[in-house]
Design a protein around this ligand. Structure first.
Ligand SMILES: C[S@@+](CC[C@H](N)C(=O)[O-])C[C@H]1O[C@@H](n2cnc3c(N)ncnc32)[C@H](O)[C@@H]1O
Length: 307
């Protein structure tokens, strides 16, 4: 069954770099804007104010629970919300008979509502089953991956997507535990990870020891880097009108590296942010989750740079 918002049903997510995002999008009335990760609609609420009744906003999210949140805030006639990956934007635009769009925003990663939802398994501080799929109707859950992948595959995931120093010993602890009983809940995984990391490291670290493992598994479960890479190199250049602007907010270095590299292609993009924009100290204080955010923006200057 698909997850629905927790009891109080109002979003707890604070949009990150909101003012900076709106500035970089350079919005004006009549524009067609895609919010590729609409989440709880925090950024979109501001976007719709700027593009007015004559503009058009298309909001996408892979997670139906997040669309329930955004529907509470975004109900004007010129807004279309769809369950879709931003990497599948061409299909959505085709269906809506829109040949191209003027602005695209993607605010990658997780919403606080997903992270804190007791039954999604996205965060080490919840207590639910280990699922981590944005779309629970397809693909394999985190517990299915953990309980079936080979040693080599698990080490690779923790190294590549989590840059985890203790990948091998964590994987060995997972394999040992699997011989006794499957790892099914957040608590199961937390215990296994804690058992694999040296005591001294556990004591000295200011982060939860499983932080990188959760990040890595979530990226693997949702094939996140592939969606980012496909979108940057194919989907967004195809869907943006010439001189259209793309704004991307990332939360870890793996994604930021892909964005930085894509925007370095000067035949296709004019880079509008030579250095990434990061949250000001005040935002970091008010919203600690914003700390790792990096915003990059670029203008599309060629649709087919090879020609
Ligand atoms: C950080 S939140 C966005 C928050 C939103 N900007 C706001 O202000 O409420 C990221 C969202 O992206 C969604 N998401 C992740 N990967 C996606 C993808 N490939 N396509 C569409 N949505 C995706 C997640 O489900 C989540 O709701």
């Amino acid at each position: 069954m698909a997850a629905s918002p927790d009891d109080s049903a109002s979003s707890k997510h604070k949009p990150v770099l909101l003012r900076e995002t709106i500035q970089q999008l350079k919005l004006s009335p009549h524009l067609i804007v895609v919010d590729g990760t609409v989440g709880a609609g925090g950024h979109s609420q501001q976007i719709i104010k700027q593009i007015g009744d004559q503009g058009q906003l298309i909001g996408l999210d892979r997670d139906p629970m997040m669309l329930q949140f955004s529907r509470q805030k975004l109900h004007q006639n010129n807004i279309t919300l769809r369950q879709s990956s931003y990497a599948d934007l061409p299909e959505v635009l085709n269906e809506l008979n829109i040949p191209g769009v003027d602005r695209i925003l993607v605010d990658l990663g997780l919403s606080s509502d997903q992270l804190e939802h007791a039954e999604r398994g996205f965060g080490f501080s919840t207590s639910g089953r280990l699922d981590m799929r944005f779309d629970e109707s397809r693909g394999e859950s985190a517990s299915e991956l953990i309980n079936t992948l080979t040693r080599h595959e698990l080490v690779q995931i923790f190294e590549d997507f989590g840059e985890e120093k203790y990948s091998s010993s964590i994987t060995d602890a997972i394999l040992k535990r699997r011989t006794q009983s499957p790892i099914e809940t957040v608590q199961d995984l937390n215990h296994v990870v804690e058992s694999a990391i040296p005591e001294t490291v556990l004591r000295q670290s200011d982060k939860h020891p499983a932080t990188r493992v959760y990040q890595a598994l979530r990226i693997a479960v949702n094939n996140e880097l592939q969606h980012v890479q496909d979108a940057l190199t194919q989907t967004f250049p195809d869907c943006l009108n010439l001189n259209g602007i793309l704004v991307v907010i990332t939360f870890h270095s793996l994604e930021d590296r892909l964005v930085k590299r894509a925007f370095q292609d000067q035949r296709q993009w004019e880079n509008l942010t030579t250095k990434p924009i990061t949250p000001r100290p005040n935002e970091q204080k008010m919203n600690p989750r914003s700390r790792s955010a990096k915003l990059r923006a670029a203008k599309l200057i060629s649709k087919n740079p090879q020609n």
